[in-house]
Design a protein around this ligand. Structure first.
Ligand code: ATP
Length: 335
């Protein structure tokens, strides 16, 4: 199995300690739109159409605070569009939503981020030409110039710049990117880029972090580190909402799963129940059960892994993982 974690505090083969899932997040039966005990986001009647196509049509959705929620669904289900709407990068045709009790309808993206709801961004070509440290500084909120009066006082600028740099360097150390601070961001490996994207999002001290496919393109050598950083966000009191196609990642770190299809929320629940829902399996999961991340990360042995896991695929991945160890060592030397 992999939907049930080893008992909390039980060390795994790599010495990692599996962290307990958050439970008791909802009220009553787990069904689409179910009320949460302490929601950080509440969505009501949000609809977004593109021409004749309804990309998002969510009647009601609540995202639980201080938990890790995965948003899953087949291609074209509307996950990214919903992310764009919630973060102010797109506007719905109708509907309202709140973040931390405040309405976000019509609030522009930069202000949404300032209110504490941030999303990670892929490292674009332009950002790749900046150093790792400069990328971090770009993630800071309340920078000089934003506040008119403090921008007139040079001493205030200097104090603020120093504080931003200290926070940036602290986060880079935490994400093991400190040795790369002065390198161009474009020189980072795929996994290191994902770490930088996450570290940059944390510069603004968010309450809610939204991650779009955090595992996409990440070498198995850095998978464990990324998973641990995401679990750390929750331990530090943040809420995480992520879109991910990797069902094993969802199973291992999500406390709650929201399933979308054709723009609507079609199922909600804890990962174990959602992944046993025949409708979800038929509509989506069948095609996404190739390997068990627990095996790759060392959180689980092959015996403990999900019985639905394709053993051949797992073996292949383990072999790839061994082959990648050389790369991991190189990266280690690089640091
Ligand atoms: N700017 C746009 N113009 C026209 N159609 C769009 C636009 N953005 C999204 N769509 C359509 O809306 C639907 C939902 O797309 P969306 O990208 O939100 O799905 P998704 O669940 O994120 O898919 P994936 O998992 O493939 O990223 C799709 O049919 C897509 O083609």
């Amino acid at each position: 199995m992999s939907s049930e974690f080893p008992a909390p505090e039980e060390p795994t083969t790599t010495g990692l300690v599996a962290r307990p899932k958050s439970t008791g997040l909802h009220k009553g039966d787990a069904k689409p739109g179910v009320e949460k005990v302490d929601p950080i986001i509440v969505v009501d009647g949000v609809r977004r159409t593109f021409g004749g196509l309804t990309a998002v049509d969510v009647d009601h959705l609540e995202i639980p605070r201080n938990a890790i929620t995965a948003l899953i669904g087949p291609n074209g289900a509307g996950k990214t569009t919903l992310f764009n709407l919630l973060t102010g990068f797109d506007k719905p045709n109708e509907g309202t939503w709140t973040f931390d009790g405040k309405s976000l309808s019509g609030v522009p993206a930069y202000q949404v981020a300032r209110m504490g709801q941030v999303r990670t961004f892929q490292l674009t070509k332009a950002l790749g030409l900046l150093t790792v440290l400069d990328n971090m500084k770009l993630g800071a909120k309340g920078q000089r110039g934003e506040r008119f009066w403090s921008s007139l006082i040079p001493a205030a600028w200097r104090g603020q710049d120093a504080a931003i740099e200290t926070r940036a360097r602290d986060l880079l150390t935490k994400f093991k990117l400190d040795a790369k601070a002065n390198d161009f961001a474009a020189s980072l490996s795929g996994g290191q880029r994902k770490l930088l994207e996450m570290a940059r999002a944390l510069m603004s001290e968010p309450k809610l972090v939204m991650l779009d496919e955090p595992m996409a393109g990440v070498n198995p050598a850095l998978t464990e580190s990324l998973l641990d950083h995401i679990l750390d966000l929750k331990d530090q009191g943040m809420t995480v909402l992520f879109v991910e196609h990797d069902m094993h990642m969802v199973r291992h770190i999500a406390d709650w799963v929201v399933v979308m299809a054709e723009g609507r929320v079609v199922a909600e629940g804890d990962p174990h129940s959602v992944m046993q829902d025949p409708a979800v399996i038929d509509a989506y999961l069948g095609a996404h059960q190739e390997l068990d991340l627990g095996v790759v990360t060392g959180r689980f042995t092959a015996d403990e892994a999900d019985p639905t896991t394709d053993a051949e695929a797992s073996t292949e991945v383990e072999a790839e993982s061994l082959a990648d160890e050389g790369l991991a060592e190189l990266e280690e030397e690089d640091k």
